[in-house]
Design a protein around this ligand. Structure first.
Ligand code: PEP
Ligand code: MN
Length: 370
């Protein structure tokens, strides 16, 4: 059960004290307090965990400071959508709004290799009016002898160039809690010219200690990839780990699942789950066509399979698209074969626009009862 308190509640006040005293008397019920920082107000939510079935909504609503009560109807207490749950399905970060009702493209380098390539990528993004990108500095690799990213050494020029080209949010994978501190320090050093969305990769989805660390900080939002070898339910429970520690600014990313049934794609594309995740949770949903498809095959109609797969996710209502690009894919140190080329950025964005428009037309029909 969730008690949503009146906005800007005074945690030192007598009313709040009598609320906590009343809750302390409930047998076998523990409480966890979350603060959700909005643009204009702070919302405080009290999660009641344990024997809550017998508690009446009416009694809880009558407690001091309580504005609304939500009975949790399923597993994902914080990220889930529950009956009569009006908690937000969007958040804002560094001037960019992420929600279940809009769409952002994060085209960029799978892995940062040279300053020159970062600059070429960012220049192309700016020319196409983009304010988000992906830039990998810490790369978890299957083979221990493969390039694992430049790590913190590349952060100063990545952030500086991002600022210079109007990039507001960079999706960047972290594989260790120290990386959060390194990113924070480098941003600070550079004068905060841009923002970072911390990416939790598919290989770390059940690294619960990393999740707890990432979830405890509130500064950076988190792009959480689904696990490639576990069920959707297990992945959503893992995302709930982040939220249970306090952070609520999470985007859930579909990136395909491992099975040979998906061949010849690198992973079995799972974008049919876009509306499923939107139904089960309040999280905006991202698709990663690059790591799903894993190649640049062109279908007989002339479109790359990467374009087709992206369009499938977007027409189903995806809220974010994460795609590998590279100015010189043959020389890319990671995932070159699946990278789109810079001259494909314009056509790719246009194709996404067409698919998004089709989604919005489908939505308008259903909203008008057709
Ligand atoms: C990536 O986005 O660079 C990546 C490694 O993805 P995933 O964790 O989905 O394999
Ligand atoms: Mn990659």
């Amino acid at each position: 059960m969730i008690l949503i308190l009146v906005p800007n509640v005074d945690m030192q006040g007598a009313e709040y004290r009598s609320l906590t005293e009343a809750l302390a008397l409930l047998p076998n019920v523990q409480t966890r307090v979350h603060h959700v920082q909005g643009a204009l107000q702070t919302l405080t939510e009290v999660y009641l965990i344990g024997d809550t079935k017998l508690l009446s909504l009416e009694d809880m609503r009558n407690l001091p400071c309580v504005e609304r009560v939500v009975r949790v109807s399923q597993a994902y207490r914080v990220i889930g959508r529950h009956k009569d749950d009006h908690r937000p399905t969007s958040f804002e970060y560094n001037g960019v709004r992420f929600g279940q009702d809009n769409l952002h493209v994060f085209a960029g380098l799978c892995a940062v290799d040279t300053r020159e390539n970062v600059e070429r990528m960012m220049r192309a993004l700016q020319e196409h009016g983009q304010v988000c990108t992906r830039m990998g500095a810490y790369k978890p690799r299957t083979n221990p002898y493969s390039f694992q990213g430049h790590g913190k050494a590349c952060l100063p020029y990545v952030f500086e160039l991002a600022g210079r080209h109007g990039i507001r949010v960079i999706s960047m994978e972290i594989t260790h809690e120290d990386h959060i501190d390194q990113i924070r320090a480098a941003l600070e050093q550079a004068g905060r010219p841009t923002g970072v969305m911390l990416q939790i990769g598919t290989r770390n989805v059940q690294n619960f200690e990393l999740l707890k660390h990432a979830g405890r900080q509130q500064e950076f939002p988190i792009l959480f990839k689904r696990g490639f070898g576990i069920t959707l339910e297990e992945s959503l429970n893992a995302a709930e780990y982040l939220a249970s520690e306090g952070t609520q600014r999470i985007v859930f990313c579909l990136r395909g699942v491992k099975t040979h049934m998906g061949d010849p794609h690198r992973n079995m594309v799972d974008f049919a789950h876009v509306p499923v995740v939107q139904r089960l949770t309040r999280l905006p949903v991202c698709i990663d066509p690059s790591h799903s498809v894993g190649g640049r095959n062109r279908s007989p109609d002339g479109l790359l399979e990467l374009f087709h797969v992206t369009a499938q996710g977007v027409i189903a209502g995806a809220n974010m698209v994460l795609t590998d690009f590279h100015p010189d894919p043959d020389r890319a140190l990671v995932d070159g074969p699946q990278a789109l080329h810079l001259d494909e950025l314009g056509p790719y964005l246009e194709d996404i626009h067409i698919a998004r428009e089709a989604y919005e037309r489908r939505l308008a029909r259903v909203q008008n009862g057709l």
